[in-house]
Design a protein around this ligand. Structure first.
Ligand code: OGA
Ligand code: NI
Length: 350
């Protein structure tokens, strides 16, 4: 067994070992079991073509999105309008960041989940018992001018490249939120009008190659606590989604993003749309980078099922709460497969 080490970041530990250190090893009942994972196709993860979203075929595309949100909770999008150059730019910048010398990266290190800009490792090193095979840089991105001055300045292009990407992704999210609102039979601004000032966070996830990937996770099964996630990944597989009790490996498709419904969308839709369990596994050979954008309500926004989606047949499944209340419970509990949402059900005692 490898010896415990004093390295703060996994990147600086992983390159020198050929066994997984004991604090990364999952109990036997909680390992990825990679032999039972199936590969994705369009019957497990829909691919939605956004070409023509603002033209005469809008109704059709909105219906497709609605079915994807209702029956899958996960879908991929193509013809989303974000240029390939911008996508390659941010992936390259993330890679450069994680290749900086340890001392340079550590300038951004913090284990405090309340910090709006921080580099850390695993998920929540303060509370978890088993660590995850991941380093990550987390950034707040909206409003950009409030946060950009906190971001790394190395590589030198970081703030420009990442800032431009964040603004562009936000435009795409707002378009998706309109389409999702319509797909629920709501006014197109209904969802976005109920998010307070809106929030947008980003993670740059770096999963180093792992000598024993069957013993550990990049990220264990979880649902995303936010409203909706737009995931950009490189060409290395690793994301898996739970569909009808089976883990499905999502094959990266060039020029697509993966969209998944988060817990707040499940609440607003009064359980019509589902926030689905997903996880990241690692592999022996290749490092992997993924860049999720977590779009969310602002901390003080009051979230609850949309009034139009509550009636005698569909009583409110959730009580109202502030996003702040939900979010702090999420970070305190750590990543667990039981969803944080249960704590906010109308029938829940807590
Ligand atoms: C996440 C997540 C998946 C991935 O960061 O919440 O689910 O493929 N990431 O990195
Ligand atoms: Ni996630």
């Amino acid at each position: 067994m490898a010896l415990a080490t004093s390295k703060l970041l996994l990147t600086d530990l992983a390159s020198g070992i050929d066994r997984v250190p004991s604090n990364y090893i999952r109990p036997k009942c909680d390992r990825p079991d990679l032999s039972r994972v199936v590969s994705s196709d369009s019957s497990s993860i829909p691919l939605v073509d956004l070409q023509g979203l603002h033209g005469p075929h809008r109704g059709e595309i909105v219906r497709h999105i609605g079915v994807a949100c209702r029956d899958y909770g996960f879908f991929q999008i193509r013809n989303h309008g974000i240029e390939e150059g911008m996508v390659n730019g941010i992936l390259g910048t993330a890679k450069e960041f994680f290749r900086l010398p340890e001392s340079e990266r550590l300038k951004n290190y913090s284990d405090d989940p309340n910090k709006s800009t921080r580099l850390s490792t695993s998920f929540n090193v303060k509370t978890e018992k088993v660590a995850n095979w991941r380093d990550f840089l987390r950034l707040h991105c909206h409003p950009l001018e409030e946060f950009v001055h906190e971001w790394p300045t190395n590589p030198p292009c970081f703030r420009d490249v990442v800032g431009e990407y964040c603004l562009r992704v936000r435009m795409l999210v707002l378009e998706l939120l309109e389409a999702i609102s319509e797909s629920l039979g709501l006014e197109k601004n209904c969802i976005s009008n109920n998010l307070g000032r809106h929030g947008q966070h980003m993670a740059m996830n770096y999963y180093p190659p792992c000598p024993e990937p069957e013993l550990t996770y990049g990220l264990p099964g979880h649902t995303d606590p936010n409203l909706i996630t737009i995931l950009l990944q490189d060409d290395v597989p690793g994301l898996q989604v739970l569909k009808d009790g089976t883990w499905v490996a999502v094959n990266p498709i060039p020029n697509t993003f993966i969209i998944n419904i988060g817990d707040q969308m499940q609440v607003i839709s009064n359980d019509r749309y589902k926030s689905v369990l997903h996880r990241a596994v690692v592999n022996c050979n290749r490092e992997r980078i993924s860049i999720p954008t977590f779009y969310c309500p602002s901390q003080d926004a009051v979230i609850g099922p949309a009034g139009k989606l509550i009636d005698d047949k569909h009583p409110a499944v959730y009580r109202q709460f502030t996003y702040d209340e939900f979010y702090s419970k999420f970070w305190d509990r750590g990543l667990r497969t039981e969803c944080c949402l249960d704590l906010f059900k109308v029938s829940s005692a807590s």
